[in-house]
Every structure is written in C-alpha cells, then in structure tokens.
Design a protein around this ligand. Structure first.
Ligand code: HEM
Ligand code: HEM
Length: 151
C-alpha cells in the first residue's frame, strides 16, 4: 500500500480478521440474548466477556486505521478512479456497523435494538466478501498498472 509504513497492510488485515472472527463467535449469543432465538450452541458467559472485549479492541483499531486511510489511500484511489465501488461499499459497511453497534447498546426501544442486531449481523457477515472483492480489485488494478503498452 503506497504511502504507508511497512507493516501497515498486515496490521490492517489482522485488525479486520480479529473484528470478523470475534463478531462471528458472538452471533449465537446475540441471537439468543437479544432476540430470544433458540440456538444450538453459544459461548459461555466468561468466554463471551472475553470476545466482547476483543471485538471492542479490534473495532477501535479498525476504525483508527481506516481514519489513516482517508487522507492518502482513499484520495489516491479516488483520483485514479481505481477500486472505487468496493472501496465505497467498504466505507458504507463500516459506517453501518459502527451505527448499528451503537444502537445495539444505547437505543431505548426494543424494536430499534432488534433491527440494529439484525442489521449489524447481516452487514458483519457480508464484510469478508466486500473486503475480498476490494483486495482482488487491488490486484487487478496493480496488474493493469504494470502491463507493458504496445507501440
Ligand atoms: C474502509 C476503507 C478501505 C479499506 C479498509 C481499504 C483496504 C485496502 C487493502 C487491504 C488493499 C490491498 C493492499 C495490498 O494488498 O497491498 C487496498 C487496495 C486498494 N484500495 Fe483500498 N481500502 C479502503 C477504501 C478505499 C477506497 C474508498 C478507494 C478508492 C476511492 C480505495 C482504492 C484502493 C486501490 C486503488 C487499491 C490498490 C492500490 C493500493 O494498494 O494502494 N480503497 N485497499
Ligand atoms: C469494524 C467493524 C465493526 C464495528 C465498528 C462493530 C461495532 C460493534 C459495537 C459498537 C458493538 C456493541 C457492543 C460492543 O462494544 O461490543 C458490537 C457488537 C456486536 N458485533 Fe460488531 N462491529 C463490527 C464488526 C462486526 C462483524 C464483522 C460482526 C460479524 C458478524 C459483528 C458482530 C457483532 C455481534 C454479534 C455483536 C453483539 C455482541 C453482544 O451480544 O453484545 N460485528 N459491534
């Protein structure tokens, strides 16, 4: 990733991996506790506390790193008109996750909380696909950039 310290892309990918894995493991508990669905398996309450904390730590890190992408990475992609659709999908998904995550804890009305839980889980489960589409799009953009021109 141009313009960032070495190790930045690895840290970004690890932060996304952690938020996705912790989020997926929390899904059964959220369906059971918040929506009252019966689920075949869920984390014990001690393990849930650990994964909720890991989820929070990793989404702090993701949002912090995405803030750093704003100034260089996104502006460069925008100016070159590369990888824009999946980039915008990523930004929209993260905005929805951050908003629904807040509503999930702080909305007063039950129906808003229920909608927030479903939206959060739905968008959360789509996040890996959007991220992979963006990374494959980046590879295609790189291949186009190095392809020699015929004269
Ligand atoms: C949440 C926001 C975003 C994240 C987390 C993100 C993440 C990434 C990652 C992990 C790569 C692959 C880097 C590599 O394998 O070396 C990449 C590449 C790329 N992204 Fe994004 N991106 C975001 C938003 C955007 C937006 C909005 C645009 C365009 C306006 C964009 C344009 C590009 C381009 C052109 C590449 C290929 C060239 C490069 O690596 O710099 N990205 N992005
Ligand atoms: C960067 C992206 C994400 C952000 C900003 C985010 C934000 C949040 C927030 C603010 C909460 C509320 C409670 C807390 O602080 O733990 C939460 C809970 C939760 N998140 Fe995420 N999240 C993200 C990604 C994901 C993903 C990818 C999934 C996977 C499906 C997911 C699944 C969950 C679940 C199931 C809960 C409910 C935990 C409970 O029962 O209290 N999240 N998230």
């Amino acid at each position: 990733m141009n313009g960032y310290p070495s190790g930045f892309t690895l840290l970004l990918r690890l932060a996304f991996l952690a938020v996705i894995l912790s989020g997926i493991l929390l899904v059964p508990n959220a369906l059971d506790m918040r929506l009252g669905w019966s689920v075949p398996w869920s984390l014990s309450s001690g393990a849930r506390t650990w994964f909720v904390s890991s989820h929070a730590a990793s989404y702090y890190l993701c949002l912090l790193l995405v803030g750093a992408l704003w100034t260089v990475h996104m502006r460069a992609g925008w100016l070159r008109r590369e990888n824009i659709i999946s980039g915008m999908a990523l930004i929209s998904a993260l905005a929805l996750l951050a908003l629904s995550g807040l509503l999930l804890y702080y909305a007063g009305e039950d129906n808003v909380v229920n909608a927030a839980v479903l939206a959060h889980i739905g968008v959360g489960l789509l996040l890996p696909t959007i991220l992979m589409a963006h990374i494959f799009g980046a590879r295609r953009a790189k291949a186009r950039a190095v392809r020699p021109t015929m004269s």
